[in-house]
Design a protein around this ligand. Structure first.
Ligand code: 6GU
Length: 232
């Protein structure tokens, strides 16, 4: 019996073209090729019953900007939920909880997810009240839509699924996994334009190298992101 079940990610958007590139190359492509995850992008417009395939409308109360309608979004979500179980239905929005490594870690363990990308002025609030289980932002700035944010979220999750990364790309040595930034890295040549690689890295002494890397990681974190050291 095989209990293995790939994590499935379904992304709902009105601009699927924006998500064609990010999942078709490198680590995210390999994760899908290995059968470790399935990423499906759905065009919400395909679920509109309006003659012009409309997916947005004017906001009640007036004001500039369109709002994404409930009906086509509910139609996609209900169809997906009838096919399999989902552990989260996520809405990408600048007023959501800010993504960090611990959130990515949790979602990578958690099972199938649906990600709704906001556009225009956002979605009808009733979708958020009755369907969405988690709202995520990727930082304190405004993007034109949730698609690029969704790509960031998916990348941060998928690389953590066991088997996606190999030893060379291991997530265990990533910045943030231990609340530390990564130390500097060097490759050939040993000297370029008079700039030498730190001698300790050429010493062939793994213990010394490890000690140097830990010191550098700590110093870099103190200099650039002291907040990571204080909010334990
Ligand atoms: Cl998730 N969406 C949009 N539109 N802007 C953002 C964001 C999300 N996260 C940060 N800025």
């Amino acid at each position: 019996m095989n209990y293995f079940c790939a994590m499935r990610i379904d992304i709902l958007t009105v601009v699927p073209q924006l998500l064609e590139g990010p999942f078709s190359h490198s680590i995210l492509k390999r994760a899908q090729d290995k059968g470790l995850t399935e990423i499906h992008v759905h065009n919400i417009r395909d679920y509109s019953l309006q003659k012009q395939k409309q997916v947005d409308d004017y906001q009640y109360g007036g004001g500039a900007g369109m709002v994404m309608c409930i009906e086509p979004i509910v139609r996609v979500i209900d169809k997906l939920k009838a096919e399999r179980a989902y552990s989260e239905i996520i809405y990408m929005t600048p007023d959501g909880e800010v993504l960090d490594q611990s959130m990515a870690n949790q979602l990578s363990l958690g099972g199938n997810i649906i990600i709704l990308c906001g556009h225009y002025k956002g979605v009808d609030e009733r979708i958020r009240e009755h369907y969405i289980t988690k709202e995520i932002s990727i930082g304190s700035y405004v993007l034109s839509g949730g698609e690029l944010a969704a790509a960031v979220l998916v990348d941060s999750i998928v690389r953590l699924i066991p088997g996606v990364l190999n030893d060379e790309t291991s997530a265990l040595t990533d910045s943030f996994q231990d609340n530390l930034l990564s130390p500097p890295v060097y490759t050939r040549p040993e000297e370029y334009n008079g700039w030498r690689v730190p001698e300790v890295l050429l010493s062939g002494n793994p213990a010394l190298v490890e000690k140097w890397r830990e010191e550098q990681a700590l110093q870099r974190t103190k200099d650039r992101r002291p907040d990571l050291l204080s909010n334990e």
